[in-house]
Write a protein that binds this ligand. Structure first.
Ligand code: KIV
Length: 271
C-alpha cells in the first residue's frame, strides 16, 4: 500500500507493479466525487473524456473539447489530496503534431494542476509521447479499444482477438514504454493477451475489460455506482444501485411536496 495521504507519483506506480500491489483507478469528473474517492484510497482519478458521454449526454467522446476537459480536471484537482489526477486529452488535441501536443498538454498541466495526461494510440504516437516526456509531461498511454477511434474500429468491440492485431498491440505497448509512458490503459482486450502485455512491460497496465492480470483496474465511476444505469457491459460490475436510490428519493420528495408533508416544522424557522 502507498502510504496514506502522501501524493501518488509515477514512481510509486512502477514500484507498486514491482511489489505486485494492484493500482486502483476510477474516472472522476468533479470535486465532490474527487474528495470521496480520494478519501476512499483510490490511487488515480482519471478525468476521462467519457465525461462527454456520461455527464454531457453525447453519443461519443469525439466532441469533447479542450476547454471542457480543462474545466473538469481543474475541479477534480481541487478535491484530490493523495490521488494522482490524469487528464484525458480530447480528440485532435495531440494527434496533429508533437508541437501541438506539447502546447495543448502543457496548457492542461499549467491550468489544471493535474499530474499527467492520457493519450490514445500506439507506435504512430510514440514520437509525440517522447516529445511530451522530454519536456516533463508524464504520459499515460491507452491501447485496445480506443474510443476516439470508435468509427475506424467499427464499434465498441474487443480488440486483439486475432494473431495479427494481438501482435500489433504488443508492439504498440512496447513502443509506448520505450517512448517513456509511465502506464498504459488496456481497454477491451482478451485477458490472456492483456496478461502477456503486462508481463512484457516494466510499466503498469491498467485494465478495463482486460481481465484480472493487469497491474491495476479502471472503471467509469457512474457505471460501477449504478448511476448510469443505461450503460451495461460484461466487464462492468455494479457495486451499488444509485440510480434506483435517486429515483426513489426524488419520488418520495415529490410526493411529500405535493401532499404538503415537506417541509415539516423541523425544517421551518418559527421566526
Ligand atoms: O474516458 C475514459 O473514461 C477512459 C477510461 C474508460 C479508460 O478513457
Amino acid at each position: 500500500m502507498v502510504e496514506e495521504r502522501k501524493p501518488v507519483t509515477v514512481y510509486d506506480l512502477v514500484q507498486m507493479k514491482q511489489r505486485g500491489e494492484r493500482i486502483v483507478v476510477l474516472t472522476c469528473y468533479d470535486a465532490l466525487f474527487a474528495r470521496l474517492l480520494d478519501a476512499s484510497g483510490v490511487d488515480i482519478l482519471l478525468v476521462g473524456d467519457s465525461v462527454n458521454q456520461v455527464l454531457a449526454g453525447a453519443e461519443t467522446t469525439l466532441s469533447a473539447t479542450l476547454d471542457q476537459m480543462i474545466y473538469h480536471t481543474k475541479i477534480v484537482r481541487r478535491g484530490a489530496e493523495r490521488a494522482m489526477v490524469v487528464c484525458d486529452m480530447p480528440f485532435l488535441t495531440y494527434q496533429v503534431s508533437p508541437a501541438e501536443a506539447i502546447k495543448n498538454c502543457g496548457r492542461v498541466m499549467a491550468e489544471t494542476g493535474c499530474h499527467s495526461v492520457k493519450l490514445e494510440g500506439g507506435r504512430p504516437l510514440a514520437a509525440t509521447v517522447r516529445a511530451l516526456v522530454d519536456v516533463g509531461i508524464p504520459v499515460m498511454g491507452h491501447l485496445g479499444l480506443t474510443p476516439q477511434s470508435v468509427h475506424a474500429l467499427g464499434g465498441y468491440r474487443v480488440q486483439g482477438r486475432d494473431e495479427k492485431t494481438a501482435e500489433r498491440l504488443k508492439d504498440d505497448a512496447k513502443a509506448l514504454e520505450d517512448a517513456g509512458a509511465f502506464a498504459i490503459v488496456l481497454e477491451l482486450v482478451p485477458a490472456p493477451l492483456a496478461s502477456q502485455i503486462t508481463k512484457a512491460l516494466t510499466i503498469p497496465t491498467i485494465g478495463i475489460g482486460a481481465g484480472p492480470a493487469c497491474d491495476g483496474q479502471v472503471l467509469v465511476l457512474h457505471d460501477m455506482l449504478g448511476l448510469n444505469d443505461r450503460f451495461g457491459a460484461k466487464f462492468v460490475k455494479r457495486y451499488a444501485a444509485l440510480a434506483e436510490e435517486v429515483r426513489e428519493a426524488v419520488q418520495l420528495y415529490a410526493a411529500e411536496v405535493r401532499e404538503g408533508r415537506y417541509p415539516g416544522p423541523e425544517h421551518s424557522f418559527p421566526k
